[in-house]
Design a protein around this ligand. Structure first.
Ligand code: ATP
Length: 303
């Protein structure tokens, strides 16, 4: 569990995060979304004590990071995958990290296996590709077998196999009851990985909801209808005088119906003997919902 209450961070004259409150529950993957500069990384840095809040609090497993007695066993973070000495091997980096936190060599072996780095474990990290560096960052986060994982853009630089691997890993970790917080700008991936989303805009929470609710929130039903008898079917629908129903004609024998479900349209068509060539609900994607929500919160806009 991660809990932020009135969390605020000011850098000079810039308020990066303003009175943010949220709870990130265990047993699910929570996606952290928001335009560039929205404050996601700042929140994550505050969670793991890399920065101090200007006001408010953030706790991990009920305690401030600084008060955790065995921090690596409670929380693992990937915040900057490049923060590794380039002359070291992946294995020696993980061993050094393990040694300072009382973690066994056996665990180093396990996370190298888990992240697919065993074959390159003795190579210098300086020669690693971006994707290998990301895997090493994830290995470091997993080292203490933590109950909470905080991963800032973990799929940056990963190839499609790597992206799929991260998705499965995070889903698995959440299924074990761990708290998983993930930031990414890749909406299609987020849609497949997260159960819940928190969206920041200009340092404030602009949405905090289960992902399905977020995607469908505020959206009414929309259905594409194609029938050779479009005009008569449209008249029938309009004759119901339901104020929610609105029809937009399509170029070819049909219309887009708003404010009525596909099931209800199908029922009416059957009842009145209309032949339907198409009856398809129009689904909103996470990207559509995200772009609609954050349109007014984007700080850096191209001319
Ligand atoms: N150390 C710092 N000093 C000054 N300003 C900072 C510092 N860290 C962050 N900021 C500012 O705070 C705001 C929030 O930045 P942050 O990196 O948290 O956003 P983000 O949502 O992670 O963005 P991105 O998606 O680009 O990574 C930005 O305007 C950024 O310039």
């Amino acid at each position: 569990m991660i809990e932020a209450r009135g969390l605020t961070k000011v850098y000079g004259n810039k308020t990066a995060v303003r009175e943010v409150s949220f709870s990130i529950a265990p047993g699910q993957v929570t996606g952290f979304l928001g335009p560039n500069g929205a404050g996601k990384s700042t929140c994550m840095r505050l969670m793991v004590g890399l920065d101090r809040p200007s006001a408010g609090t953030v706790t991990v497993q009920g305690q401030r990071y600084a008060d955790l007695s065995a921090p690596m066993a409670e929380v693992g973070a990937l915040l900057d995958a490049k923060g590794v000495h380039p002359g070291r091997s992946a294995r020696s980096h993980l061993r050094a990290l393990a040694a300072t936190h009382g973690i066994s060599d056996r665990r180093v072996h396990e996370v190298l296996e888990q992240t697919g780095l065993s074959a390159v474990a003795n190579r210098r990290v300086g020669g690693f590709s971006l994707g290998m560096g990301q895997r090493l960052g994830i290995a470091s986060a997993l080292l203490g077998d933590p109950r909470v994982l905080i991963l800032d853009e973990p799929i940056n630089g990963l190839d499609p196999d790597g992206v799929l691997w991260v998705r499965k890993l995070l889903r698995h970790l959440a299924s074990e009851g761990r708290t998983v917080l993930l930031s990414s700008h890749l909406m299609s991936e987020m849609a497949q990985t997260a159960d819940h989303v928190i969206v920041l805009g200009r340092g404030e929470v602009v949405a905090d909801a289960p992902i399905q609710e977020f995607i469908s929130g505020g959206q009414h039903d929309r259905v594409t209808v194609r029938t050779p008898d479009a005009a008569r079917f449209a008249s029938l629908l309009l004759s119901t005088e339901d104020p929610a129903i609105r029809l937009e004609p399509l170029a070819e024998e049909g219309f887009e119906a708003h404010g009525i479900t596909a099931a209800e349209l199908g029922r009416l068509a059957a009842e009145h003997g209309f032949v339907l060539h198409e009856l398809s609900p129009i689904r909103t994607s996470l990207e559509d919902a995200y772009l609609a929500l954050t349109r007014d919160h984007v700080e850096y806009v191209a001319a």
